[in-house]
Every structure is written in C-alpha cells, then in structure tokens.
Design a protein around this ligand. Structure first.
Ligand code: ATP
Length: 622
C-alpha cells in the first residue's frame, strides 16, 4: 500500500544512496521526469544523472545528511541535451536520501499562473467594486440632475446636445431623444424675443466653449417645442478635459413668473405714482379750497325763490345730468354747484372747480386736458388736466361763457364722448366726468353773437338752475345776516353783535347789486368796525340811494323797493314813532336813542337834521 502510494505520488521521488552513488528507487513521476527506464534503475548512477552539477549535488547531499533535510533549486539534469532545472527537497533516512524533485519551470509556470490568476481574481474584484462605485456615482448624479429644478443640458464643441435633465425637458417641452445629438441652438435659441434671428455665432452658450469663459445671461428667451417663448436666465460654463475644451454645460431657469411679477410690480408702482401725483394735485386743490373758505355748503333762505332752487338741486343732484347754473355774480352759483355735487353719487370725490375767467386763452387747452412734457415751451413735465383730475367726479366750469370759441368744440367732445387728448399727445383718454357749468352772462345772446357754440349751449343747458338776486328775496335777509354774523364771529372768536330792527331796515332798503357776496363782505367789515355790541348799516342809505323829496308814508309802506328819499322819510317817521313811544325821552334807559339803537348824540343830530322837536312829544306837551 505504501509502495503503491510512493509509486503513484504526483511528485517525482527518488531514493538514493549517496555513499554508493546509486538510485535505489524512483516512482512513476520521477521515471517520467528523468526519462528513465524502470528496468535500468541502477544505471545511471546518481552522479551520472546530475553530472552537469555534481559539485552542487555533493554539497546538497552533505547538507541533507548532516541536517536531516535540505532544499535547493539549482540542481539540473540534461534531458535530450536540454537542461531541466529542479527544485529538490531531500530528507535523510538511514544513510539514504529521499529526493522529492519538481521541474522548476513547471513550478515557476504554475506559480506565475497562480499569481496571475490571483491578480486576475483580485483585479476582477476591484474592478467590479469600482464599477459599482461608478454606477452609484452615476445614479446619484442622475438623481441630482433630475431633482434640480433648473434645466441643465450639455453641449459638445459642435454645439450638439450631449445630455438633458428632466427639468430641461419639462421647461422646453422637448424630449431627451429629440434633442440629444442635435444642434441645440437651432432648436431652442434660434430667434430673439423681438422676432429677430439669433445667429449661432452670437450665441453666448456656444461662446463658452470657444473662449473658455463662463457666460451669464439674465434675460433672454428659449423657444419651447410648442413655439412659444420662455423667458430664461442662464449660465453657460465651459467644460475641459485635461485642459482641452470639450463643450459647455448650460444651467437655465424659467423666469416667466418672476418677470410677470416684476411687470405687475412695475405697473403697480406706475399706478401708485399716478395716484400719488393725482392725490397731490387733489390735495393741493383741496387746500386751495379750504384756504378760500369754500367748505361750507349751506344754502340759507326760506323765500319761495330759494325753496324752488333747493327743490331743483334735489331733483337733478342724484342724476348724472349736466347742469347750467345761471345767476348774477355773488348769488351763490358755486354754492349751488357744490350742493348738487354733494347730493350726487360722486360726492366721495372732490368737486373740481375751473374758473374759466381766470385762465389765459393760450393755456385753456392745457388747463382742461393736460399736456405732455415738451408740448410747448414751459411744459417741463407731464401734467394732468382738470378733466382727468375730475375723472369719476364732477367738474365745475365757472364763468363758462369765457371759454374761447376754438376750445368749445373740444369741450363739446368731452361732454358727448367723454374723450380727449392731452396737448402734445395723440393718445385718446377716456374719463367719466359730470359737468356743472355756471354763468352770469346771457349765453343765448352770446350764441346769437357767434361767441358761444349753440350745440355746446344745448349740451350744457340740459337742466338750468337759476340763482335769484338778493333784491328779489329780501325776506331772506334776516336769516342771511344772522348766518354771516355767526360765521364771522366764530372766525374771529368774538361775541355776536346784534342788529336792531332799524339797522335791518337799512339792509332791507338797499338794492344789493353785489348780491350775497356783498352782504357777506359788508357784515364782515361792520363786525370788525363795530365799537359796541351793535352793528350799524346806516351808511348804506347814503351810499347808493339818490335824493328824493319826501313822499307819502303809505306809499313807502306799500313799496317793495325803498329809495334813499323814501328811506329818509321812513327814518323820520321811525324817529317820530320812537319819540311817541318814549314820551319824547331821548337819553338813557327806555329812551328813543336806545329804542332806535342809535347813540343819543346821533339821534340828536338826526332830530336836528329832520327838524324834529322832541319836546313836542312830552306828555304834558301833547
Ligand atoms: N343762499 C346762500 N346761503 C348762504 N351763503 C350764500 C348763499 N348764496 C351765496 N352765499 C355765499 O355768498 C358768497 C358768494 O357765493 P358764490 O361764490 O357761490 O356766488 P357766485 O354766484 O358763484 O358768484 P360769482 O358769479 O361771482 O362766482 C359765498 O361766500 C357763498 O357762500
């Protein structure tokens, strides 16, 4: 069994006797390796077998015999004259040596192969490990590129697309397979927003891989698959490989929404600017109004004429009809206009007043309709006209008869179509303005004289309202007088003086050519001049009334208009009545002077003037 193992062992085994120089035994592998016939084991001898390296064999054998074992790889034999190097392991056994021999080239080959295989296995392992890492990186990159909200695409140096991320697909509407390998500029960047062609040689994206610098563009358009422009900002960054430009990567963002928001903001700011300048103008206008003390709108009076007028105001006020107020100067035309505006639905906005008599002829159009900067010398900035200012409100054209004939056509157009153009501008503007006009002139007469357009007159005269002259409603005088005294005294913060009946008569007798404005002015003046707590208006008698002879008192009483001479007669009669009532007493409490609200000295001089003897009225004298 042992011998069989020996014989079948895959390693070449020789048992030699180094002392006798003979091969005692050799197994199958050894016979094959040394090319020995089994029958001739005694031949060759050991030294013959290793005859080319005897010295080394001797040293090796002695080492094995003395140490019990030895190993060497420099012994060789010649087989068919070809050296066969061996790795030999020797084991000493009872003065014999067992040699285990291995073909060195075979061992080397196997070891090399094993090593190569080892390397190969290791390499494969490393490679698959690396491949997994690369795959992982690629997967991460893909995830990142897909997750990014910005569009990303790459181009090579020919301008052809090399990759596209999902956001780019979504923004542009093009699928990857439709643009990969295609010249991207021709697909999405061929035209400027204004429709002008965008040549590829001007394309900043392509420029990046020509000049090697980053190109940042903040406002351009890319064209979607559907053909609509997409507002974008983008960065084109050159890509290099070992210092060589190989293309560019473009990161872009759809800024449509941002631009829309920006535009909204710009519009809102413009609107704010417009409203601001409008408010400033309104404010300045209102301040002007407050300063002018026009902020009271009470119409005082109980006469039939006033009641009729108030009724008309209530009728026409809530409608949007144009109104023409006709009346003498100072009869309250503006007051009526304000009252109409205030009962209308436009009362939340100011009444814009234009005094047509105060505007120089050459500035009328600009005042009414505004102008643009540079429209004429002096037009240094855009300016709103009164009609634009009154948009949504009411415009009050005071002294409308003063509007120059050449502008009347334009005014008619606003009244009919609510349209006009600013001076120096062709853009037609629309407004919603109610017009209230006023005049103290006879417009019909102006029409006949060709100074006022008839069509404009009819347009304005839709609803005429007349303000009665004060002399036609003298019954309102006491109320008006009291109203103005209160108003003035409140302004001056002083107690209100009284008006005696006699003084009231002076007011009643006066003809009031300046109407209520004159009354208001006179009262203000007299309040300032009043020395005591009493107001005097006797100067009115002397100021305007012509001298007449004394007439019948009865006639005076029945007369509505009292002339100066009548007034004198009336005063004389009045003094007489006072003397009768006071039994001829002039001075002191209960005297005629007090009753007449006159200074005793004034009464005395009047008695002298009228040649009245107070003694005549003493009880004992009558
Ligand atoms: N009925 C009234 N009650 C109270 N005040 C009045 C009345 N009518 C007019 N007034 C006052 O008289 C003054 C003159 O009135 P207003 O300016 O309205 O007259 P007008 O007819 O427009 O004058 P003009 O034609 O000169 O412009 C104002 O202070 C106004 O408040």
């Amino acid at each position: 069994m042992t011998d069989s193992f020996f014989m079948q062992c895959p390693t070449a085994l020789l048992v030699i006797d180094p002392y006798q120089d003979i091969i005692i035994k050799a197994n199958q592998t050894a016979l094959a390796l040394f090319n020995l016939p089994q029958a001739q084991l005694k031949q060759p001898t050991v030294s013959q077998l290793f005859n080319k390296c005897l010295d080394k064999l001797l040293v090796f054998s002695e080492q094995a015999l003395s140490q019990g074992s030895a190993w060497c790889d420099d012994l060789f034999i010649e087989v068919d004259e070809i050296p066969l190097y061996l790795e030999v392991t020797a084991k000493a056994f009872e003065q014999q040596l067992i040699l285990s021999c291995q073909d060195s080239s075979y061992t080397f080959k196997h070891r090399y192969q094993a090593e190569a295989e080892n390397h190969y296995r290791l390499g494969l392992f490393h490679w698959s490990k690396n491949e997994t890492v690369f795959e992982e990186i690629e997967r991460h990159n893909q995830l990142l590129l897909s997750a990014v909200g910005d569009g990303i695409y790459g181009v090579d140096t020919k301008g052809c697309t090399t990759f596209v991320n999902s956001a780019a697909e979504q923004i542009l509407g093009w699928k990857k397979h439709e643009i990969i390998g295609q010249k991207i500029h021709d697909i999405i960047h061929h035209t400027h927003q204004n429709g002008h062609p965008y040549p590829a040689h001007e394309c900043p994206i392509y420029a990046a891989f020509h000049d090697g610098t980053v190109h940042i563009i903040e406002d351009e358009v890319f064209w979607s698959k559907s053909g609509s422009p997409i507002a974008v900002e983008y960065t084109s960054t050159p890509v290099t490989d070992n210092g060589v430009l190989i293309g560019a990567v473009v990161i872009f963002r759809d800024i449509t929404e941002r631009k829309r928001t920006q535009q909204k903001l710009v519009n809102a700011l413009q609107e704010v600017d417009k409203l601001k300048s409008r408010l400033e103008m309104e404010n300045a206008y209102l301040l002007e109004e407050i300063n002018a003390d026009f902020n009271h709108h009470q119409i005082i009076g109980q006469s039939a004429a006033v009641q009729r007028m108030v009724h008309q105001i209530e009728l026409v006020g809530p409608t949007d009809a144009n109104v023409l107020i006709i009346g003498e100067s100072g009869t309250g035309k503006e007051l009526v206009a304000r009252a109409i505006h205030e009962v209308s639905s436009r009362q939340g906005r100011p009444l814009i007043r234009v005094n047509c008599a105060a505007i120089p002829a050459e500035l009328f159009e600009s005042e009414f309709f505004g102008h643009v900067k540079g429209a004429f010398s002096g037009a240094v900035s855009d300016r709103l006209g009164r009609f634009e200012l009154a948009d949504g409100a009411t415009i009050f054209l005071d002294e409308v008869g003063e509007i120059p004939l050449q502008l009347q056509g334009k005014l008619l157009r606003v009244l009919q179509e609510q349209q006009f153009e600013r001076v120096g501008e062709s853009k037609t503007r629309h407004v919603d303005v109610r017009v209230i006009a006023a005049t103290n002139q006879d417009l019909k007469k102006l029409v006949k004289q060709n100074k006022f357009r008839e069509d404009l007159y009819f347009r304005l005269n839709v609803f005429p309202v007349s303000t009665p002259a004060l002399r036609e409603r003298k019954e309102d005088l006491p109320l008006l007088v009291q109203h103005f005294i209160s108003k003035v005294c409140m302004r001056f913060n002083q107690p209100q003086p009284k008006v005696s009946m006699a003084q009231m008569q002076y007011l009643q007798q006066y003809t009031w050519p300046g109407n209520i404005r004159e009354l208001e002015n006179i009262i203000e003046r007299q309040v300032i001049l009043a020395k005591s707590n009493k107001l005097s208006f006797d100067f009115l008698a002397d100021e305007h009334n012509p001298t007449t002879t004394e007439s019948d008192i009865k006639q005076i009483e029945n007369s509505e208009i009292i002339s100066a001479s009548m007034q004198k007669t009336l005063e004389k009669e009045n003094i007489r009545k006072a003397l009768v009532a006071t039994d001829g007493k002039i001075y002191g409490s209960g005297g005629a002077a007090e009753l007449l609200d006159l200074k005793p000295t004034t009464l005395a001089s009047k008695l002298k003037k009228y040649n009245i003897d107070a003694w005549q009225y003493k009880p004992n004298k009558r």
